[in-house]
Every structure is written in C-alpha cells, then in structure tokens.
Ligand binder design. Structure first.
Ligand code: 16G
Ligand code: ZN
Length: 549
C-alpha cells in the first residue's frame, strides 16, 4: 500500500509525452531528449525491480551514443554487466507507454506478481547510474533517481559522467564483489596494458612512423577519459583531439560512426596527418575504429571493427598455439580452448574470408550487441565485432580458471618460458579487454599493445586483407516492420518475392552480396551491397534499394 501510493505520487510528476510510442530497441530507449523524462523515470523503476529480482546491482546509463547531441537515451545493464535480458524488454515497452499513473501502477503490480519479486527481501535494490556528456543528462539523471527511489528502500548511486562501457564494467565488478570505482577501472586497464608491454618479444619494435597515435574523441566523454587514462600509462604517445574541451559539438562531423559511415576524416584532422595512425571513438566510447588519412579529398583508409577483430583473433590464436606447443617439455596439462569469432552480415566479405583462411570458426548473428555477445559467450574465447567498431573478447570462467592455474604452474617451473609468457599475455588480455561490453578505451589499448607486439605499423595491419568495396543506403518507408528477415538478417522472408528479386540483382555482379533489414534504431530500411568494384557495389545497392522502396 505504501509502495502503491509512493508510485502514484511520483509518477504523476512525470506525465508521458503525447502521441509517441517508444520501444526498447537494440540500444534501449532513444529519442529527442525533450520527451524522455517520463521514460527515464520509468526505466528507473524498472532498474530497481530488476535489482530486486536478481538480488544484484543493476546499471542505468543515460546516453544516445553516436546520435546527435539533442537526442538522449537510456538503457539498463544486467548483473553480468551485459545488456538487459530480452525477456524484460516487453515490460520496458509497456512501462514506457503506460498512459497514466493508475495504468503504470497496475502494470507494475501485475509484473511484480508474475516475476515473483519481493519488496521486503533482505537486500534492497541498488542501481548504479551513469551518463554521457550531453547537456540533457543532468535532468534525465534526476528523473532516473526519482524512479529508483519510488521503489521503497531502493538505493541509487550516481557514478557521474562515464563512458557506457565504464558503467557496464562497474556493474559487473560490483556483482563479483570487486572494487568498482573509476580509479579501479583505470588501474585494471593500465596495469594489464603494462603487463602486455612488458611481455613484448625482444626485437619487435614499432617502426619510426608508428609511435604516435592520434585519437578523435567525438567531442564526447571518451576523449576526456582517455586523457585521464593516458596519465597512467607511460608507454604510447597518444594525442587526443575533439576531446569536447575545444568547443566542438558532440558527434558533429566527428566520431567513429561518422568516420565509418562517411569514410572521411573527422573535423580536426587533415593533410598533416597523412600516414599517421589515427583512431576514432563514438560519443559514449563503446565503438572504436582506426583510420589512415589519405593525401586527397579528406578521404581515409578505414580500419574498421572487422580488422580489429582480425588483429585480436590472430593474436589470441598465436598465443594459444604457443601455450599448447610442448617444446621440450611434455604437456600433461593441455586444454583445448575453443576459439570462435562472431560477426554480423555487415562484416566485409573479405574479412570473413580472411578469418576462415586462418582456420577460425566464424559465426553470424543479427545486428545488435546482445546477439553477438550471447553467441561469443558460448566459446572458451569468443571474439565478436560489428563492422562499426563495437566488440570485445569474452573468456569463459572455466578457461580462465585453468589459465590462472597454468600460469602459476609454469611460473614456478619455467618462468620466462615462451609458454609461460603466452599464458600471462592471455590473462592480461582478459583483464584489459572489457568482459561486459565493447569498450573503445580498452580496445584501443589492446590494439596498441598487439601492434607493438607484432612490430606492425597500421599499414601492415591494414594490409592483412583488402576490403571489398561496399555501399550502405537507407530507404524511408511507411512501415519498416513489413520486412522480416531470417538467417542473421541475410534473407528476407517477408514480403514474399522480395528475396528472389534481390537474388536476381545480386546474380548480375561477380562476388556480389546484398541484404536489407529494418533498422532497430531509426524508421528506415537499411540496404547493404558489396561487389568487386565501388561502381558495382553502388549500382547493386541502388537497384536493391529500389526494390524495397
Ligand atoms: C545499436 C546497437 C549496435 C548496432 C546498431 C544498429 C547496441 C549497444 N548497439 O547502436 O550494436 O550496430 O544499433 O543500428 O546494441 P540500426 O539497427 O539502426 O542499423
Ligand atoms: Zn556508442
């Protein structure tokens, strides 16, 4: 009863916007910031309930990632640090769209009963809050707090301005009983990075032009945090531009999404950067791409998520091979670690070919981190990346336990042996790379460490394989749900006949590949086309776009 009246009272202060239907998509709720207060308040309630249900700490992040600065959004981090379980998404939708306080409270009571959630349990709900640098973040954070505290006993902990992956990392760490402040995060990243640097083989030295990295911070939170992290590393020379301090606008002509989609240099980069190693983060620093500035027309050579994936996969595979070769010693302690890589249909065909030629197992899922992450978690070591630069490496608990034990054993038997170093490197990777979600900062440090390990410039890395020319288009349609896909979005099953028509177009191009899918974040259909020349990719893309129009 007390709970009921508290909810009724607070929710009346957050009337929902009229005439908008929101849905908890691939990236949580996202919209123009001005209409989000009631949604964020309601997600606050949901987060507290999720915490009660799981008896764990839950995260609530306020961000609209790479979208424009006037947008904002909200999403939940589950106890593992991963995305909110998909079972709860319909409840999130129902909550966000409840028309009045009575309706809202009725929904909550029904759901609490169905999920068997107990309000008076021994541990109160606890929610960690984070937000990116958007100006609307402060008031939305207040709304979230109000939502959380309208569940009796619930605690909201404001962690301040963070990257999305930092918040996910903190939630995961807290639930593992570890320390979980920002300092702890920086400490873990920098110490595991230094560990990898200390294990770099003698003689592999990065060539002269390669010792400087220039990072585009998208005028967002990532640049600022990277500057902080930089102070704790003594090794690489990192220059941060577009840190948000120079007056640029978040995501405007900058950031990983812009660079990857437009294939041009971000603001603040130009001819004087030709040939240098450059990287770009997105607005909340969960995406990372590298690029090389070309001498003409602000064009770039993009080193995308697929290539980061390839670099990581090569390195991990090499370390596993060293760990499992016996040399002089007879190995009794052998663990056949299952290594898998996960991509989406947006992965450049050349990358998939390359990975398969390396003998790697490559799997595909639909777009969206939750799908890739889930698939990668099936392996001892699962590496996933979207072409757009979101990805990470997951290690199974079982494998990590074995690896720790093996590292200890090798250290006492043959410290400094190749095998022992390989074990230590893999352990360091598992600590450096964010196990909760793709993280541009930790990804960047791992790329830097591996390049140095290999003695590779960005040019050598980029030349692992040559991307097939591709084209992405968007088509505005009345109802994007009219298109339904299957097989990791590679075939259209509805409307009938469309896939046959697409196939007929594809057949006209050697090595042609094309697919369409409804966007999960915008009211559009996306078209992807790939072929052996840019003209062919453009023309295939255009013909397929006409089919869905
Ligand atoms: C979101 C997803 C990202 C995906 C993108 C696709 C998360 C955290 N983010 O940004 O993985 O690539 O949506 O957008 O899941 P689209 O559906 O509009 O193409
Ligand atoms: Zn992002």
């Amino acid at each position: 009863e007390e709970q009921r009246s508290l909810l009724l009272k607070t929710s009346s202060r957050f009337p929902p916007p009229q005439g908008v239907k929101l849905s908890y998509g691939t990236a949580g709720f996202r919209a123009d910031a001005s209409i989000l207060e009631s949604t964020v308040y309601r997600v606050g309630i949901l987060a507290a309930l999720r915490s009660l249900k799981t008896k764990s700490v839950i995260g609530l992040m306020i961000t609209a990632s790479h979208n424009k600065v006037s947008d904002n959004g909200v999403k939940i981090a589950d106890p593992s640090g991963g995305m909110l379980t998909q079972n709860w998404e319909p409840f999130a939708d129902a909550l966000a769209n409840a028309s009045d306080p009575e309706d809202l409270v009725r929904l909550i009571i029904e759901f609490v009963k169905k999920e068997n959630i107990h309000f008076e349990g021994a541990c109160p709900a606890e929610v960690l809050l984070g937000r990116d640098t958007r100006p609307s973040g402060g008031s939305l954070l207040e709304a979230a707090k109000q939502g959380i505290s309208s569940i009796v006993g619930a605690i909201a902990l404001d962690m301040g301005v963070l990257t999305t992956p930092q918040l996910h990392w903190m939630v995961r760490a807290r639930n593992k009983g570890m320390k979980a402040s920002e300092v702890d995060y920086f400490e873990q990243l920098s110490s595991s990075f230094r560990c990898l640097m200390d294990l770099i083989p003698e003689g592999s030295k990065i060539n002269e032009m390669g010792d400087k990295l220039i990072v585009d911070g998208a005028n967002g939170v990532g640049g600022e945090k990277l500057a902080g992290l930089k102070n704790m590393l003594n090794s690489p020379v990192i220059d941060v531009r577009n840190s948000g301090k120079e007056g640029g606008v978040l995501n405007e002509g900058v950031g990983a999404d812009y660079v990857q989609k437009e294939k041009v240099v971000p603001v603040g980069f130009g001819p004087s950067d030709v040939g240098l190693r450059c990287a770009s983060l997105d607005g909340d620093a969960d995406r990372l791409v590298y690029f090389l500035v070309l001498p003409k027309d602000n064009k770039i050579d993009l080193v995308d998520g697929d290539k980061i994936l390839s670099l990581f996969a090569l390195f991990v595979k090499e370390q596993l091979a060293i760990l499992n070769t016996n040399g002089n010693e007879k190995i009794n302690n052998y663990y056949h670690a299952c290594l898998g890589v996960v991509q989406t249909a947006y992965a450049n065909g050349a990358s998939t070919d390359y990975l398969k030629k390396q003998g790697l197992e490559v799997l595909f899922t639909p777009t969206g981190v939750k799908y890739l992450h889930e698939k990668a978690a099936e392996f001892d070591i699962g590496i996933y990346f979207e072409a757009n630069g979101h990805g990470t490496i997951l290690f199974s608990e079982e494998f990590l336990c074995w690896l720790e034990a093996r590292d200890n054993e090798l250290s006492s038997m043959s410290k400094g042996s190749e095998q022992q170093k390989a074990a230590s490197r893999l352990l360091a990777v598992s600590k450096l790379i964010n196990q909760a979600v793709g993280d541009a900062l930790s990804g960047l440090l791992l790329v830097e460490a591996i390049l140095q390990h290999m003695g590779w410039s960005i040019h050598i890395w980029n030349a692992l394989y040559q991307d097939l020319p591709s084209r992405q288009l968007k088509v505005k349609v009345v109802d994007r749900t009219a298109i339904v896909t299957a097989n990791a979005e590679t075939v259209v099953v509805k409307p009938p006949g469309l896939q046959e028509a697409i196939n007929a177009e594809i057949a006209k191009y050697p090595q042609g590949r094309s697919f369409v899918r409804p966007s999960g974040t915008e009211d559009i259909i996306r078209v992807y086309a790939e072929a052996t020349t840019q003209d062919a990719a453009d023309s295939l893309g255009n013909s397929v776009a006409r089919l869905v129009d």
